[in-house]
Design a protein around this ligand. Sequence first.
Ligand SMILES: Cc1ncc(C[n+]2csc(CCOP(=O)(O)OP(=O)(O)O)c2C)c(N)n1
Ligand SMILES: [Mg+2]
Length: 308
Amino acid sequence: MDTNTAGNYSSPARGRYSRNASNLTFDARVARLNRIANTMRQNVVDMVYTAQSGHIGGALSAADFVTALYFDLMNIDPANPHWEDRDRFVLSKGHACPIWYSALALRGYFPESELKTLRKNGSRLQGHPIATYLPGLDASTGSLGLGFAQAVGIAMEGKLLKKKDYKVFAVLGDGELDEGVIWEASLAAAKYKLDNLVAIVDMNNLQLDGTIDEVMPIEPVDAKFRAFGFDVMTMDGHDMADVLTTLTKARNARAGKPICILANTVKGKGVNFMEHQLDWHGKAPNDEQYKKACDELQACKELEGVES
Ligand SMILES: Cc1ncc(C[n+]2csc(CCOP(=O)(O)OP(=O)(O)O)c2C)c(N)n1
Ligand SMILES: [Mg+2]
């Protein structure tokens, strides 16, 4: 696997999309991000179809806020993936990695053509992300709960040891909240007043084999995180204006408390027949379903005026 390590690879660092140009109006930023989110969704569908396996529903539910982070808000440099001052991103619900890989490729961390190697033997794009394989991955994730614990550690290092200003964004699933380690890590986040940590919970109300209530009731999530010492915010995870406003507020917060954003989302968002469907947690589309999904995303693209 040596040839697959990030260290042996020189990043092109010129992605199809860059970070937001700062002179855009708020409305123009929102419109731009909606167009990029559509491309992100198309990439997810293409990847899982090509691999004929992978987690599509939870990648699509996270598409909008991951887009806002990577193409507008996060302070990162694809030409220098290990830059010490960069903001960090940890996809704790690592099974949804097609959306992470798509963001990294579109920002130029590696060639977009590599996306079609998802889940192939020898590929750097494994079914769960391996940080040493690919530039831009700040943590290896997939065993639910452990990514968030790593994010808390990274935030502790930034705030307490290195005294850096970087932010750590961690994306969690609502089913993932069943893991005890989430709450152990939360205790530490509050104890060390990690106001550089932003946990975003993808509240799509489904997990692997049932609704959240069926598998393990977790509500009230907001009161639980508050009781664990977090500042809690809520957003519509598919309303890009709300996503941008809430993430900006979280990014700028310095209240001496970690932040938790509850993102109300729809599993499978953007492909009608996948939306709210448990079946699409970890299933690949067949030829007919793939064509239907592409037609829908293409129609949405034309509506949004996507340029590429
Ligand atoms: C420790 C651990 N237990 C079980 C699994 C198997 N698993 C993979 S995805 C998943 C459901 C996750 O649901 P959720 O966090 O809500 O993710 P999303 O709905 O966003 O896909 C489970 C149980 C795992 N990856 N790790
Ligand atoms: Mg879920």
